[in-house]
Design a protein. Structure first.
Length: 57
């Protein structure tokens, strides 16, 4: 590696940050796919059911 010892830890931190971004983007894509499946939904399914928001009494 063409980095100093201090530079290596910073390089590893950037790689770790990229991994976190990748995980979050993957989660977001999966959530969007799930929401899109409910776009053409039966009449009894509401946004509240899709987002799993509890009913207010």
């Amino acid at each position: 590696m063409p980095f100093s010892f201090n530079g290596l830890s910073q390089y590893k931190a950037v790689i770790r940050m990229m991994a976190v971004f990748h995980d979050e983007i993957t989660k977001q894509e999966n959530l969007m796919k799930e929401i899109n499946r409910f776009v053409l939904r039966p009449k009894e399914t509401t946004v509240r059911h899709v987002l799993k928001i509890p009913e207010l009494e």
